[in-house]
Design a protein around this ligand. Structure first.
Ligand code: ZN
Ligand code: ZN
Length: 384
């Protein structure tokens, strides 16, 4: 090897080390990757009927990406020309802490905080779904999808919450920094999660006694028994490490959630592909005054793990939902569709099927029972 080549190799290796080093430093020493369940947590995981040969499996056969579509995905990632980010500032609303002091007259109020993060107030309980305040949906603070707008409400301004409920452990739904700060700020706060996810939370400093892990079909009471949270099936996958993404993965369970109070019921989808099981959930737990269903991050190469807008509206019908709040759009660039396409297609699908939609701006609070008239397509004014 010539001296020059040795130099070139050395510089390349040094550069790589610097990149890896920066990545690790900004991930807080790899803590963001979480932890594998051990002890009792592990025992419950391996006893689950959804656990097969070292990984969780969906109830219906499911592939993450259709065979032979990986190169197409890489090519579209690099060359797709659809506007995947908003062309101007988003019309974010900023609710004050005081606005949550008076409980909703109707008993049901919901605040969309962007992506899958939703504050639900139902029959006296406050539930915060998929709390992610982080700047990026990523284990790193310097690499990965960056949010289109800052969180509409600071964690300091958040009212007292009865439970943080997590759908699954992907970065756009479970954020280490947010969990740590919530646990520190709200001493009585409970964390209700699908099987296995408690290991991540414990690694981040949440005391085990404040974590409830549930299997599909299991439930727990919150707000001194006023409201019940039930983990229900979903069709998706899980994992926070690179090896989960390229391999079989699925080290923790994923779930949809039902919230049941004395007079109201709500459904939260997290991430899910379409499956006929929505009808069974609607039969057992519905009808729902409000469904919160994901509409963004769909794609033809991965049709089984992310519903598209038409499937989301269909799921709302099967669930016996009255009002649907579309979530999981307009906040991160995660798929090969225009940033506002999920909103347009959801509105069209709802109009075609007669479903009632609410389309809040980020940070906007809505009482579903007071909704009248057609939705305002506020996203069409972004960048105009
Ligand atoms: Zn996901
Ligand atoms: Zn997601």
């Amino acid at each position: 090897m010539t001296r020059r080549r040795r130099w070139a190799l050395g510089i390349t290796a040094g550069g790589l080390l610097l990149v890896v080093g920066a990545y690790v430093v900004t991930t807080d020493g790899l803590a963001a990757f979480g932890a594998a369940p051990s002890g009792d947590r592990r025992s419950r995981v391996v006893r689950s009927p959804r656990w097969h040969d070292g990984a969780f499996e969906n109830a219906v056969p499911t592939v993450k990406t259709l065979p032979g579509r990986t190169w197409e995905m890489l090519r579209r990632h690099a060359t797709g020309d659809e506007p995947r980010e908003p062309p101007g500032p988003m019309p974010v609303m900023h609710p004050s802490r005081a606005s949550f002091e008076a409980r909703p007259n109707s008993g049901l109020r919901v605040t969309w905080l962007g992506h899958s993060t939703v504050l639900l107030e139902l029959d006296g309980a406050r539930v915060l779904f998929d709390a992610t305040w982080g700047d990026r949906a990523s284990p790193s603070t310097i690499v990965g999808p960056k949010r289109f707008f800052p969180p509409p409400l600071s964690l300091a301004d958040l009212p007292a919450i009865d439970a943080v409920v997590i759908s699954h452990d992907h970065y756009d739904h479970l954020d280490m920094g947010t969990i740590r700060e919530l646990a520190r700020r709200q001493g009585a706060l409970r964390f209700v999660v699908p099987l296995g996810i408690g290991a991540h939370l414990e690694r981040w400093g949440v005391p085990a006694g404040r974590i409830t892990e549930l299997e599909w079909g299991e439930q727990t009471a919150i707000a001194t028994g006023a409201v019940t949270l039930t983990a229900t099936p979903s069709r998706h996958f899980s994992g926070r490490r690179l090896r989960d993404a390229v391999g079989r993965g699925n080290p923790t369970l994923w779930a949809t959630w039902v919230v049941t109070g004395a007079t109201h019921r709500a459904f939260f989808s997290g991430d899910t592909g379409f499956f006929e099981g929505f009808a069974a959930i609607g039969e057992a737990h519905g009808p729902f005054d409000l469904t919160m269903i994901k509409v963004g991050a769909y794609g033809e190469p991965w049709p089984q793990i992310h519903v598209n807008p038409e499937e989301a509206v269909r799921a709302h019908g099967l669930l016996r939902g009255r009002v649907m709040l579309p979530i999981h759009w307009g906040t991160f660039n995660l798929a090969f569709h225009a940033w506002d396409e999920p909103a347009e297609r959801t509105v069209a699908a709802a109009e075609a099927s007669g479903a009632t939609l609410v389309m809040p701006r980020p940070g906007e609070t809505i009482e579903p029972s007071l909704v009248t008239g057609p939705v305002e397509r506020w996203w069409r004014s972004v960048g105009k």
